[in-house]
Design a binder for this molecule. Structure first.
Ligand code: IPD
Length: 278
């Protein structure tokens, strides 16, 4: 049977490459930094320009499709996932890395139909690594199949999470306490590469065994969710329950045992939903 969404995925791949080129070119120039919700929530002109490039290119080809893009939402667009084919876009995932030229900066595009993610593409554009996954067809890095480590023993695992001081000191305290709890299991180590989408790909290709995060967004997770599932990994809510793309939290892991272990150790703080106003 012909793949109904193949043409969309092919187009996504092309536009993602273009976006990556634009980001690499911007790294050669001065980067003007602006603040969004807090002094550590950054945005640049490049984030906005890359998102415009992606959305205008896709809109021209698929005018009836819907979009949820990080910078459009920041500018007031709705962030509601409907049954309509929807492109979920983070033009630069790892903006802080981008402004520091720290080399994990990605373009992340997930495509959902009837709220199911059909494919995901993450382009780690400084490393020049293209991660792709189509539902039911496996996950790839630069065309080569990837899979999770399969590690079941958390004491032998490398765990990823992100640290950021947003607005709430209580959240910050809980986040640091969670890191201490995970390190004390013990695990081999914790790393924070600084791009949620890259983190998901690192677990998908077996370079790390788990990643957990509270407070991210659907555009950070949509593409990576397709990639981790197709690489044989597990994706759950931070509580261990079913993953919800709009819930702003997740655990991904190389095995269910590790995902459940992390869920059992987490102190959860409320982080809102992408589809509700704060
Ligand atoms: C950020 C990155 C980072 C995570 C932040 C995200 P952005 O995305 O994924 O790893 O810690 O929570 O907001 O803002 O650079 O697209």
């Amino acid at each position: 049977m012909a793949d109904e969404w193949k043409e969309c995925m092919d187009h996504c791949l092309e536009v993602t490459k273009e976006a990556g080129k634009m980001i690499r070119a911007a790294l050669q120039k001065d980067i003007a930094i602006m603040q969004k919700s807090s002094p550590v929530d950054l945005v640049t002109e490049t984030d906005q320009k890359v998102e415009q490039l992606i959305i205008s290119s896709i809109k021209e080809k698929y005018p009836t499709h819907s979009f949820i893009g990080e910078e459009s939402v920041a500018a007031g667009a709705p962030s509601i996932l409907t049954d309509n084919p929807t492109w979920i876009i983070d033009p630069i995932d790892g903006t802080t890395n981008f402004v520091h030229r720290f080399p994990f900066v990605s373009v992340s595009i997930g495509f959902a139909v009837k709220k199911e993610i059909e494919f995901g593409i993450v382009y780690s554009c400084i490393e020049d690594k293209m991660y792709t996954a189509r539902k039911g067809n496996g996950a790839f890095c630069d065309g080569v199949p990837i899979k999770v480590s399969g590690q079941e023993d958390i004491t032998k695992s490398l765990v990823l999470t992100e640290m950021g001081f947003k607005k709430d000191p209580e959240h910050f305290k809980t986040m640091m306490a969670n890191i201490k709890t995970i390190l004390s299991i013990p695990v081999h180590g914790i790393r924070s590469p600084g791009s949620a989408a890259v983190n998901m790909c690192l677990v998908a290709c077996g370079a790390a065994d788990a990643y957990y995060h509270m407070g991210i967004h659907c555009w950070d997770m949509a593409a990576g969710a397709a990639i981790i599932r197709e690489a044989g990994g597990v994706i759950t809510d931070i509580s261990g329950g079913p993953f919800d793309l709009m819930s702003r939290r997740l655990i991904i892991a190389s095995s269910r045992t590790i995902a459940e272990h992390i869920a059992s150790k987490m102190t959860v703080f409320p982080c809102g939903r992408d589809d509700l106003e704060d």
